[in-house]
Design a binder for this molecule. Structure first.
Ligand code: GCO
Ligand code: MG
Length: 412
């Protein structure tokens, strides 16, 4: 199964996506997601200039060997650009192997361990009434687990909260359905940790009072807290029985989680910005996290994601793969296959792509009764409509950034 052609396709239906498409000498095609939100073209160049020439003529069946070759022969290891490029190749090879075998990828990974994947959606609102409406909307859509983010009194704009302008414009007031914040420069937002810490426990109390004790609730701290602030927040949220507190401290300083752990039994999830199994190794072995937040697209693909989860299983750490809309339908499908196969699946983030994205990427994964399933088509089960993709050229898009009241840059 020789690789004959390797194309890098950039399209921007609701936001930018980078996809690698491999074609074999027999005409089979495999897709891989290489989208790195806000830095997309760096991965495009890495793939086109440095990876595509190495793929032509290779045996597409040799997934492990190709992964090790791309990872080790570059000498410069790890990092989001490299690992997104390696991930795309790995996913495309699994897609091809599945198609060659006539089996969905989860069958190649050991077969289904469950009927479907519990998935959580993002409810948000500047004030409580909007937040409650957003929770209800998610419950109506069948979500059985919900992430809660709100505005903080005194702060104008916070990442992860549906914008009010979407409402005013007649669009959907859900930030996951908004186009990525496109434009020449990043949008500036504001932040005040003390105001946030004072406000958040009351929000969870109100949500529990309104929606009861059963529904799993999650929250994303988006790397904004110091270890002692995170410890205090985790402790104060204990009465509201969170499913997890995510990225409570900046992920680079892993030791800080020891301090957080000493003070709270609120479960911790971390790692959406991690790139390799090695970034998770110590956190898993020391049992400093409960959920592993890596994404198939940013962790080097299906091969290392499966290895990381098998290692994590020994320490009862479960999966919680990163699933925002900047993971393309190809990446979402790939991690859904992994989630279905592994024993230690925890939960899957699922924000749902917009209508234009779904016309470019024809998916076969299903979403029924709050459970996601990768579908039973051979391979990953996603096909790219090249003509449709061509209608949406790349648009520059930056993630926002934060400043404190005195002008200091802060994690957003
Ligand atoms: C999440 C994330 C996202 C990221 C975004 C960055 O938990 O879903 O924190 O909102 O910020 O995917 O590209
Ligand atoms: Mg997050």
């Amino acid at each position: 199964m020789r690789i004959d052609k390797a194309e890098v396709i950039v399209t921007s239906p609701d936001r930018n996506f980078v996809t690698l498409k491999l074609t074999t000498e027999d005409g089979l095609t495999g897709l891989g997601d290489a989208t790195l939100n806000g830095r997309e073209l760096a991965v495009v160049a890495y793939l086109k200039e440095h990876v595509v020439p190495l793929l032509l003529g290779r045996d597409a069946h040799r997934i492990e060997d190709t992964w090790q070759f791309l990872y080790r022969s570059a000498y410069w290891r790890r990092g989001p650009v490299t690992m997104a490029a390696v991930a795309a190749v790995d996913m495309a090879l699994w897609d091809l192997k599945g198609k060659a075998a006539g089996l969905p990828v989860y069958q190649l990974l050991g077969g289904a361990s469950r009927q479907g994947l519990l998935a959580y959606g993002h409810a948000s609102g500047k004030e409580l009434p909007e937040l409650f409406d957003s929770v209800r909307e998610h419950l109506d859509e069948g979500y059985r687990a919900i992430r809660i983010q709100t505005g903080v009194p005194g702060l104008k704009a916070i990442y992860g909260i549906a914008s009010q302008s979407a409402d005013a414009g007649g669009g959907e007031a859900r930030y996951d359905h908004e186009p990525a914040r496109r434009g020449a420069l990043p949008v500036q937002e504001d932040w005040d940790t003390r105001a946030y810490l004072r406000h958040l426990p009351g929000v969870f109390e109100a949500v529990r009072n309104e929606f009861g004790p059963e529904i799993p609730l999650l929250h994303d701290g988006h790397h904004r807290l110091t270890p002692i602030q995170a410890a205090k927040l985790g402790k104060e949220l204990e009465p509201y029985d969170l499913f997890w507190l995510e990225d409570c401290t900046p992920a680079e300083n892993q030791e800080s989680l020891r301090l957080v752990r000493q003070h709270t039994t609120t479960p911790l999830a971390i790692g959406e910005v991690f790139n390799t199994i090695w970034d998770f190794k110590d956190l898993i072995r020391e049992q400093l996290i409960d959920y592993m937040r890596g994404a198939v697209t940013h962790m080097g693909g299906i091969t290392p994601l499966k290895k990381t989860m098998d290692y994590a299983a020994m320490y009862q750490v479960k999966s919680g793969f990163h699933g925002p809309t900047d993971i393309s339908p190809v990446g979402m499908a790939a991690q859904a296959h992994v989630g279905l196969a592994i024993h230690n699946f925890g939960i899957q983030e699922y924000m749902q792509h917009g209508a234009k994205t779904n016309e470019v990427f024809h998916q076969s994964y299903t979403w029924e009764n709050g459970l996601l399933h990768p579908g039973t088509k051979p391979g990953l089960g996603v096909e790219l409509d090249v003509d449709e993709a061509g209608k949406y050229p790349y648009e520059q898009a930056y993630l926002p950034y934060n400043r404190l009241a005195d002008g200091t840059i802060h994690d957003w």
